[in-house]
Design a protein around this ligand. Sequence first.
Ligand SMILES: *Cc1c(COP(=O)(O)O)cnc(C)c1O
Length: 355
Amino acid sequence: MSTTQTNKFEIIKASTSKINEVDFENLSFGSVFTDHLLECDYTNGQWQKPVIKPYAPFLLDPSVRVFHYGQAIFEGMKAYKDDDEALWLFRPDENYKRFNNSAVRMAMPEVPEEVFIEGLNQLLQLDEAWVKKGKGNTLYIRPFMIATGTGVIASPSNDYKFMIILSPAKSYYSGEVKVLIAEHYSRAANGGIGAAKAAGNYGAQFYPTSLANKEGFQQVIWTDDATHTKLEEAGTMNVFFRINDTLLTAPVSERILDGITRKSLIDIAEKEGIDVQIRPVLVSELVEASKNGTLKEIFGAGTAAVVNPIVGFSYQDVYYELPKTEDSMALRLKDMLTNIQHKLAEDTFGWTVKV
Ligand SMILES: *Cc1c(COP(=O)(O)O)cnc(C)c1O
């Protein structure tokens, strides 16, 4: 291992790389990690010097607050390599801002830009070989923060750990996704933490999703907690509906996460001249459109899968199957977005940032 000190970072290089043990053609999402990680601790009211070091398990006291009171947040972003082997990020400033918004909501300290953005750039340069060029190859980036202060006292921690880990990913086909529209359970509520990327939002979703899985549905479309009449998100993705040639999606709110894929797809669709309506979408509208044949597509949108087409939905024990589309708007928008991300199309929006 070799150690380099800069005035901002300490870099401890792994003595050997695991890269040759990895089958890049058969990656299961989020299960293989690169050689290094970034770690930065918050103690005594301030962020300490960030360290980039070999990926490895670490020890925690059993009483640390994250285990007991769930102060944990994360982000999900990707790096891409173009045909000239240059590395790119997609709208990283948006992830950075959202991370700190999540931190504020969970009473955690905001992470400085030089730790998050510069730290990520340093880490990516070190593990650059893990990003393969070619569309469909990406490096999934997982920044996260946990409360590491000890003591089972129900108050915010004084100490925190921020980390970034990296996982090579292949674009995945999720199979045919059928969804169940939530009539009882909720992902988020007004005044709650639905707009934060808090770990607990996911934990709370697992049980209702497992009930849906037992009935043969891969995901739940979450509805508003008060009335269960408005369609809000699909699983852990934002959700879009195509009725005739109009694209519909709910406005972001306290209950709906402000997805970067969502807003990028909206901008691309609008530029393409597609009629996009950002307004509450009612369950009754969806059922009606399915019955009269105007409902063409439903898809989820998020960084991991980019776009996830849905083949049918169930509501009040009735299953509504979507027609097969020749001219999928979901796939067309996905292609346009991934072309921008992989630098295969001109980035007229200025979203891509070179590492
Ligand atoms: C992360 C996330 C999304 C998608 O956000 P992107 O920025 O597009 O990845 C949507 N909904 C929920 C609940 C999420 O956690």
